[in-house]
Design a protein around this ligand. Structure first.
Ligand SMILES: Cc1ncc(COP(=O)(O)O)c(C=O)c1O
Length: 388
């Protein structure tokens, strides 16, 4: 059968993939209620969403804020990160993971990832720890939890804090506990592309009341609960979430468990297709993962036996009507921003390789019907038949 790239009929012809965000009358009503209440500012709805989200991720405390970058910065600041400190981050992530320490005057130090999971390698991270290391930021990339036992041990051995970048992992659970609530604290994003969204938004979770107290003050101009309004105690920021955002997020959170289950089931369909093909590789699912978010369905096109390369594969899959991309083109270490900074002391070969091999399918594809996802799988099989 001719592929769409070679002039054939696209395998997914006629499929309309779900759009993002998913919303309905509940969001409309929630936003309208806030408008009509006249109470738009940092009130009951923010408090309610913080309680709901903390419970959903098994955390004792939650402090909302304006975005995921701010949540990471707030978490790092709460762990005492400041000028002169080093913070270990992966190079296969959105730039915000490394920006957050820089915004506090600290230096991001890149360790490499594990090529199989796309997550920061604890072993690589252990090699770049110095006496200046204050924190480590594992990113649960695409929603797959990092090896939190290994990072917990590394942190305990060196007296450093684990600040989880959970900006892809709403709903993921590792050994019975939600991501973001496993390390000292964890940051989430609710930006437009994210699996629950209010357009923008963020939150920091922690089981430590001291971290929560600091974050509350840091996000609210250095105020202290119970203290006079115009008293300010710490160098801080205004990172407050609005009532409209919180109202939308409460509704979005109500959809999340079901959507996560659907994405997991549909990811299973693709996993079964890809497991049978040579020249592609899917990440493992460690037994400690009780539930996993899919912000991205990521696999590697390693190319053995194929007559096309990764970029041609992505173009061919796109032509079959499957939304896809090749993700980050280069490791963060090669971004102009980091050109003059200390980084990748141990090398980032696995990240370089993943940038050459990754194929990303968006989480919205996993919200389609099982039949549609099977057709996406059939498109991959069709390409394998044509180009292997
Ligand atoms: C892994 C990761 N960390 C942090 C962020 C920052 O979140 P925000 O865009 O809400 O600042 C993002 C957002 O894309 C992300 O993907």
């Amino acid at each position: 059968m001719r592929t769409a790239r070679d002039g054939g009929k696209p395998e997914c012809d006629g499929i309309v993939w779900p759009e993002w965000p998913v919303y309905g009358d509940e969001e409309r009503r929630a936003a309208a209620e806030v408008v009509d209440s006249g109470k738009w500012w940092y009130g009951d709805r923010v408090a309610r969403f913080e309680t709901e989200f903390a419970a959903f991720q098994d955390a004792a405390f939650a402090v909302s804020c304006t975005n995921g970058t701010a949540a990471l910065r707030m978490g790092l600041a709460a762990c005492g990160v400041g000028p002169g400190d080093e913070v270990i981050v992966p190079p296969y992530t959105f730039v915000a993971t490394a920006l957050a320490p820089m915004l506090l005057g600290a230096t991001p130090v890149f360790a490499d990832i594990d090529i199989e999971t796309a997550n920061l390698s604890p072993e690589s991270a252990s090699r770049v720890v110095t006496e200046r290391t204050k924190a480590i930021v594992p990113v649960h990339f695409a929603g797959l939890p990092c090896d939190m036992e290994a990072f917990g041990k590394l942190a305990a051995d060196h007296g450093i804090s684990v600040v989880e970048d959970a900006c892809h992992s709403w709903g993921s659970k590792w050994n019975g506990k939600g991501t973001g609530a496993i390390g000292r604290c964890g940051a989430f994003s609710f930006q437009m592309s994210k699996n629950i969204t209010a357009g923008e938004g963020g939150i920091l979770l922690s089981d430590d009341p001291k971290i929560a107290e600091f974050a509350r003050s840091y996000s609210n101009c250095g105020r202290r609960d119970g203290a006079p309004w115009y008293e300010h105690y710490i160098l801080a920021d205004n990172l407050r979430m609005t009532e409209v955002q919180a109202a939308l997020l409460s509704v979005q959170l109500g959809r999340l468990a079901e959507q996560t289950a659907k994405r997991e089931a549909n990811a299973g369909i693709l996993d079964r297709v890809l497991a049978d093909l040579d020249g592609v590789s899917i990440p493992p699912r460690p037994s400690a993962v009780d539930r996993r978010a899919y912000h991205i369905y990521l696999f590697r096109f390693t190319g053995e036996g194929w007559t096309i390369d990764r970029d041609e594969f992505v173009a061919a899959l796109d032509a079959e009507g499957v939304p896809c991309s090749s993700g980050y083109p280069i490791p963060l270490t090669r971004q102009p921003l980091f050109a003059d900074r200390r980084f990748d002391a141990g090398g980032v070969e696995a990240t370089e390789r993943l940038c050459r091999e990754a194929v990303w399918l968006p989480h919205t594809l996993l919200l389609a019907s099982a039949e549609a996802v099977e057709r996406a799988g059939a498109a991959i099989v069709k390409l394998a038949r044509a180009y292997r």
